[in-house]
Design a protein around this ligand. Structure first.
Ligand code: URA
Length: 238
């Protein structure tokens, strides 16, 4: 890989900024100053220091976003603000995409990455990666509703969902629940409740597999995953 491309990909600056750094002797490769931005390096092997800082090679980027309502889970759109619009420009043009979709009015955990194979595994129903949601439901949620979730629910289009789990957190005219499902059909949680004659009035994803939304993230905030979080996610088998 070209040295300038590597540096730009690792977030050391724009392509023209890093070219400038290289030409001005601020970058060493295996201890030697190299002033040619186009020189080929081997990211997995070479030790690169840029402006006094060792540049750690990361093949992929993993971000945890606390998605706010009002933005859509897409990479681009002509009319709507997308989750990518919430990111710092240093993450642009890196092939980052949201893993799965949250509705425009749904909040919470959204993983953004450019690791295509991982995204695929997390979304595959065969892998049974459970997504956990906190929801507020108009009306009293009952033990019969819990049983229906356990059995799988027949949706409006004739599809029967895989078994899910419904925990009642607070009973009342507006109930609070936790839902765990391992599929990601369009509007799935809302449609499961609709099939039971109930309406979801608030929905937030709190976990995806072992990845749990960091409670310190305010709506619209994001952070890179910690190495142990990446490790746990990438343990999902091929
Ligand atoms: N189920 C829904 O109905 N909406 C979401 O955004 C996610 C799951």
């Amino acid at each position: 890989m070209r040295l300038d491309r590597f540096l730009a990909n690792m977030g050391c600056g724009t392509r023209s900024e890093v070219k400038h750094l290289v030409k001005s002797g601020k970058v060493t490769v295996n201890g030697k100053i190299l002033r040619d931005p186009g020189v080929q390096i081997v990211p997995e092997q070479d030790q690169i220091i840029c402006d006094g800082q060792a540049v750690e090679y990361r093949k992929y980027i993993y971000l945890m976003l606390n998605k706010p309502a009002g933005v859509i889970s897409a990479t681009e759109d002509v009319k709507e603000r997308t989750v990518l619009d919430l990111l710092d420009p240093k993450y642009y043009n890196k092939g980052i995409f949201p893993v799965g979709r949250l509705d425009k009015d749904t909040e919470g955990l959204l993983l953004l990455t450019n690791d295509g194979p991982l995204g695929h595994r997390l979304l595959s129903p065969k892998k049974k990666v459970f997504k956990t949601y906190y929801a507020r439901i108009q009306g009293w949620v009952t033990a019969e509703d819990q049983e229906a979730f356990r059995d799988g629910i027949l949706l409006d289009d004739g599809y029967r969902t895989l078994p899910g789990d419904l925990t009642i957190l607070a009973e009342g005219p507006v109930s609070e629940v936790e839902v765990m499902i391992c599929e990601g059909k369009f509007h799935q949680v809302k449609r499961m409740f609709l099939a039971l004659g109930k309406q979801v009035v608030y929905l937030k994803r709190v976990a995806m597999g072992e990845l749990v939304l960091d409670p310190r993230l305010q709506l619209g905030e994001y952070r890179e995953l910690e190495p142990d979080e990446i490790q746990r996610l990438t343990r999902i088998e091929e």
